[in-house]
Ligand binder design. Structure first.
Ligand code: FPP
Length: 265
């Protein structure tokens, strides 16, 4: 059974979180939410703790946020866990980051299986240590038949790298006669991206006050609504996710057109 979300007062005053969820569900929800989980290092520094303590705390936040996304009926939750640029961090930090999947799935996988969550990964598997890859692959395998929320980890992922790879694969397929070079459309191009099974994110959240994309889903975020929050990822709460979704629901998405479509039903 889904763990019951703690009832507590929210920034909206007396309305408890369950009532807030019910209200949010009356309006159009983002189908795909992507999150740049930033600020782990600063969270730790503020407490005179080592950076890895921030990553440990940040990993703990993934569980309640996944539970809430699942409860809301979100289709895909993509989390930026490790970028192709993160390898330049000190070896000790990289080694620790590579152990996080073990920390996370070690305790959370049975619940993910039971709650119909399907684990996926996008990024290059080649450079990941075997122990990291094994744990992630095991989670993907164990949740293979699940049909609920897709929990998609961007691990050793970079947006430019993804686009470049797509171009290389298209050229290869064109040379092999698999596709016709003259008929490459945006839709066909999208098929070559690592996210090809999912719709583009409707909502991107970045924590910690940084206002940039950091090479995340550069193609897919073309028409996504961005919500930036000063909250550091280890402090990111269920309330903060609901705040971001409410912000999304207040926005009007026009996709380059004029007519205001609004996300409110
Ligand atoms: C950025 O914060 C965060 C990361 C590089 C790692 C994010 C990963 C997690 C929160 C856990 C992922 C969980 C699994 C299961 C893989 P930062 O270190 O750049 O923070 P700073 O900007 O304050 O230094």
């Amino acid at each position: 059974m889904l763990k019951k979300l703690k009832l507590r007062k929210t920034s909206k005053g007396t309305q408890n979180i369950e009532a807030r969820i019910e209200n949010i569900k009356k309006h159009e929800l983002p189908k795909h939410i992507a999150i740049i989980m930033d600020g782990n290092g600063r969270w730790a520094s503020k407490r005179a703790m080592p950076r890895i303590a921030g990553h440990h705390e940040g990993t703990k936040r993934v569980k309640p946020i996944t539970r809430l996304a699942n409860k809301l009926g979100i289709e895909v939750l993509t989390l930026y866990a490790f970028s192709t640029e993160n390898w330049i961090r000190p070896k000790m930090e990289v080694d620790y980051l590579m152990k996080l999947p073990q920390e996370f799935f070690g305790t959370f996988l049975p619940e993910l299986v039971e709650e119909n969550v399907r684990v996926q990964m996008m990024g290059h598997k080649e450079r990941l240590p075997e122990h990291t890859l094994n744990v992630v692959q095991n989670a993907i395998d164990d949740t293979r038949n699940n049909t609920g929320l897709v929990l998609n980890f961007a691990l050793n992922y970079g947006g430019r790298d993804e686009i470049l790879n797509a171009v290389q694969n298209i050229l290869h397929d064109a040379d092999s006669g698999i596709i016709d070079k003259e008929s490459i459309t945006e839709e066909k191009f999208t098929n070559y991206l690592m996210s090809n099974k999912y719709k583009d994110p409707d909502l991107l959240i970045r924590t910690s006050g940084e206002i940039r994309l950091s090479n995340f889903m550069l193609w897919q975020l073309a028409y996504t609504e961005f919500v930036f929050t000063d909250v550091l990822w280890p402090d990111f709460s269920e309330d903060d996710l609901l705040n971001a979704i409410e912000e999304y629901q207040r926005r009007s998405r026009r996709y380059g057109g004029l007519q205001s479509e609004g996300n409110q039903k």
